[in-house]
Design a protein around this ligand. Sequence first.
Ligand code: EPZ
Length: 420
Amino acid sequence: MESFLIKGGVPLHGEVTVSGSKNAALPIMAATLLTDEPCVVRGIPDLSDTRFMAQILASLGAAVKFSGGTLTVRAKKLRGYADYELVRRMRGSICIAGPLLARLRKTRISLPGGCVIGARPINLHLKGFEALGAQIRIEAGYVDASAKKIVGSTVFLGGRAGSTVLGTANVMMAACLADGVTVIESAACEPEIVDLANFLTAMGAKISGAGSPAVTIIGVDRLNGVEYEVIPDRIEAATFAIAAAATDGEVTIKNCRPDHLRAVLDKLGEAGATVRQRRDELTVRRAKNLRAVDVTTLPYSGFPTDVQAQMTALLTLAPGISIVTERIFESRFMHVSELARLGADIEIEGPSAIVKGGRPLSGAPVMASDLRASAALVIAGLAAKGTTQVNRIYHLDRGYERMDVKLRKLGARIRRVQEK
Ligand code: EPZ
């Protein structure tokens, strides 16, 4: 297994280019199953998650080529049953269910199970499929969904934490080939949902309202092949913006969409960073001193839960008390005990982390537990005095393309080593 060795204390300087969005790419890769014509999708980041998804598409019978960020898929003949081992290893693969149900009227996939950040049930996905006329059976760790006909209908998809991103994606894809009109209420408004709707529309789907809580899909008989480019990764852009502020550096982030980052940039400004924006570029640096701020994660356009850990790491450096409240996932503070190993002072109170910031961090060996927690540990290691070893970086490689290479270009002293 690999680790990162980071010698901290170096302000990051220079330019970094953001890769395509992992969370836009995964549902779009699944959507290629909706047609038997060739699809070409560009700008897909080379990550373990996207490589997994390509393997899953191939295991369903599609002809798949994925190299250099370009995916070519032709799903001429498909089987509705996805390999348990593959699906089990990546939660995001749940979004093949909607396209398979739409195309084959049946699908059987393994239940994704929980993960370290929360229970993550799929009841809302299944509620949506049932509303479209599917029979659902859960047995032996599998979900069987089948329908004589997929019929458009209105379904409310709001849950305990508000909307569901992949639930909205799955129902939207299933509804594309349905008889009649589907309305998804309390739909997720994330930019990744808008990107998926744009991809489906380019394939010939009839969708309106994507990006708002009410999405309407008028079913069509068939969809055609298409060429498309996914949006840049807003979470990666946010991660580099926070790293610039944490190391007291100045970084220009290229190929990003500032309009997808309003809540993050607003909080960064409050915390003492200056942000210069251009159409597809951001320059972030620390103004003078960092300031303590309160952050609460919410569905889009609120502050993203996928940036909570990185922001918590930054706030350990800001003098004063910051309260970080996680409203989306019930156990997404795995990074807190590891940040404490670097000298941070954080207490967990229910859904909130009380951060007593301003104490300098010092390097230590720490353990990554999930994708965004590992990004937080890298940021803290870059800001800390001395050497930090971040272990189990396979978590990070799931969602950040060549992060160490990009950071070295910004002057970071970071290298990838084999864990002893
Ligand atoms: C997507 O996951 C992202 N993953 C997650 O990013 C992100 O954290 C999440 O949306 C929220 O923004 C991908 O796009 C691949 P949800 P998703 O369904 O769709 C509850 C990362 O770091 N819920 O919007 O699986 C659920 O338990 C990853 O890149 C139900 O109760 O998340 C959670 O509390 C991590 N029933 C909340 O809703 C359901 O049927 C939001 O989950 C579905 C969800």
